[in-house]
Structure formats: C-alpha cells, structure tokens
Design a binder for this molecule. Structure first.
Ligand code: NAI
Length: 338
C-alpha cells in the first residue's frame, strides 16, 4: 500500500514536472551564430524546454530544420528578418547572443558601436512582444548592453528588474576550471564566487571565499587568467571569433537554472549581472554581478559580496570604477539614440 502510494506520488511529481516543462517556450535571438547554434542544440536536448524559437537575420530556418531532427520532444521553428515578434510571442526565456564577437586585440568595449544598436533594437522587440519574459543578455559588452536593455524596457513602461540578466556564467565556469587545473581537482567540485561585471578588470574572482590559498605571483596569474580568459580563445581562433562552445554551455546552464526555479525548485543560485542594490548608494553602481537566488519570478534574492581580503578589495575598487563608466555609457546611448 505504502509502496503504491509512493509510486503514485512519484508519478504525480513526474506528471507535474513534465506539464510544467511543456509550457516553456525559449527564444534565441542570433541563433545562427557561433554561440547561437550550439546553444540552440543544447536547449533542444533540455527536456524542460517545450518550444524553441530560433531567430536570426541570416540562416535561422536552416539551423532550425537541422536541430528539429533531434529526437527530443520540443518543437523548433526558425524565424528570419522581420519575424522577431512572432518568434518572441509567448516566450518565457529569451537569450540574446546576437551581435559581433571580438577579434584579436579588441576589448569587449570595442564592440559597443556595433552591438549597442543591435541589442537596443532587439530589446524593443522583446518589450513589445514578451514584456514578462526573462531576458538573458549574452551580447557584449554585457556591462553596457544590460543597461541598454533596461532603458528600452523603462521607456516602454515594462521594466522588471527581476527579469533582466547579464550572463556572466562563463566567468565562474572558467574560474572553477582554472583552479582545478592548479589544484588537480575535479572542476565540478570547485565553486568559485566571481562578482562585478563581464569584462577584464571588472571580473573579480573571490578565491578566498572558496578556501583556496593561492598567494603572490600564482594568485596574480590566476586572477588575470579568469579576467582575461576570453582573450585566450580570441587569440587561438585567430580572427575567427571568440568563445562560442564554452559560452553555449554556460548560457544553457543559466537557462536551465531559470527553468528549474520557474518550475518550483528552491535554492537555485547562479552568478549574474543584474540591477543590484549592493553598490548603488555607496558607489552609484546600479548593476552588479553576484550570486543570485532564482525563483519563479526571476531574481529572488541578491546575495551580498561577503568577506573579502585586502587584495580582493583592491580588485573590487578598480572594478567599480570601470563598471560605473560602462553602465553610464549604455544608458547615455539609449537617451541619445532612442
Ligand atoms: P557570431 O557573429 O558568430 O554570431 C552572431 C549572430 O548574430 C550572427 O548569426 C548574426 O547574423 C546575428 N545577428 C546580428 N545582428 C542581428 C540582429 N539584429 N538580429 C538578430 N540576429 C543578429 O558571434 P558569436 O560568437 O555568436 O558572439 C555573439 C555575441 O556574444 C558577441 O557579442 C560576443 O562578444 C558575445 N559573447 C558573450 C560572452 C559572455 O560571456 N556573455 C562570451 C562570448 C561571446
């Protein structure tokens, strides 16, 4: 009897989770790009996704046709130029990797001129077609494209700070991988807190909080590698782009965390660049990446930065100065180019 009840309970839980999963439409804007394609594939493999909408100004129908043959339950449809609204309608999550990537010698801020207007225009489409969706910004410079998206949503009267996320997951993915290489451990067991923003000196790994005891030159080298890990990929790809595959994994992980939280799982925590109170009053920095607990309505709780060493405080001071400029640049862009 007890076993039978347990079995019914299990079935009901399964039925519930698959019903919830069946309701999740995810849209990817820039789906035919270097990140977009593997990201689309990874989300096709995710049973929590019921419908995938792949939008790009070139090539999305081809990517969609290809991915649609993967034998998982979700449906896939490609959308081309002029069809963004149709792609976005009813989406619960929108990931935006649309925009140009870096070439050797470029910083993420060098992408501003091209990507600012791409993200602004896509944000307008989102604000009109799916104002309640969670918007995940991958396009760089994230420190500026997130404020750009916020300003667009504000101008349309639909801004919800709990549902706008700059995807910084790749920074913690790298941070745990790189420390595991030094310590000869399994990276899956290495959880490193990374705060700040998503470019160079604004990426601040807080190694002291994970109990790691790197010192001197080794610590400097580790921090620099986490801050500039993206450059290793840009250099190795030699003009053919930046991180795409590891970024797709990181983006898919973040989307999965949001879906888990939306479907009722508690205690889901991811680092992400959000509208944050942490340094608003003290430094006038209105967006900041730290660990964030996710819930059914998006941001549930923003975790404070916690205890830092003197060394880490110095990194944070540099980060906050740079971040303020990056954020203001994004906000100014939308004011001057609405
Ligand atoms: P990519 O050039 O391979 O792909 C970009 C795609 O966006 C292309 O298919 C292009 O047709 C599309 N696109 C351009 N304008 C569009 C528009 N208005 N509407 C819809 N689609 C549009 O570039 P990749 O390598 O996929 O990188 C994309 C962005 O992601 C870059 O800005 C890059 O810097 C950023 N990135 C962010 C990371 C992060 O950690 N947040 C990590 C790595 C890259």
């Amino acid at each position: 009897m007890f076993a039978a009840r347990q079995a019914v309970g299990l079935f009901q839980r399964r039925a519930f989770s698959s019903t919830a999963a069946n309701a999740s439409k995810v849209a990817i804007l820039g789906a035919a790009g270097g990140i977009g394609q593997p990201l689309s594939l990874l989300l096709k493999l995710n049973p929590r996704v019921s419908e995938l909408a792949l939008y790009d100004i070139v090539g999305a129908p081809g990517v969609a046709a290809d991915i649609s043959h993967v034998n998982t339950k979700s449906t896939v449809k490609g959308y081309g130029k002029g069809e963004a609204k149709e792609a976005l309608k009813g989406s619960e999550i929108v990931l935006i990797p649309a925009g140009v990537p870096r070439k050797p010698g470029m910083t993420r801020d060098d992408l501003f001129n091209t990507n600012a207007s791409i993200v602004r225009d896509l944000a307008k489409e989102c604000a009109e077609a799916c104002p309640d969706a969670s918007i995940l910004i991958i396009a760089n410079p994230v420190n500026s494209t997130v404020p750009i998206t916020a300003e667009v949503f504000k101008s349309k009267g639909v801004y919800n700070p709990k549902k706008l996320f700059g995807v910084t997951t790749l920074d913690v993915v790298r941070a745990s991988r790189f420390i595991s290489e030094l310590k000869k451990t399994d990276p899956a067991n290495e959880s490193i807190v990374v705060v700040g923003g998503h470019s160079g000196a604004t990426i601040v790994p807080l190694l002291s909080q994970s109990g790691s005891e790197l010192k001197g030159e080794q610590l400097d080298e580790y921090v620099k590698r986490v801050q500039f890990g993206g450059d290793e990929v840009v250099k190795a790809k030699d003009g053919k782009g930046s991180a795409t595959l590891s970024m797709a994994m990181a983006g898919a992980r973040f989307a999965e965390s949001l879906l888990k939280a939306a479907q009722g799982q508690k205690g889901v925590i991811e680092p992400t660049f959000v509208d944050s109170p942490l340094y608003k009053e003290s430094h006038g920095v209105t967006y900041f990446a730290s660990n964030v607990e996710l819930g059914p309505n998006g941001v549930e709780k923003i975790h404070p930065v916690g205890d830092v060493t003197e060394y880490e405080q110095k990194l944070l001071d540099v980060c906050l100065k740079d971040l303020k400029g990056n954020i203001e640049k994004g906000e100014k862009f939308v004011k001057e180019n609405p």
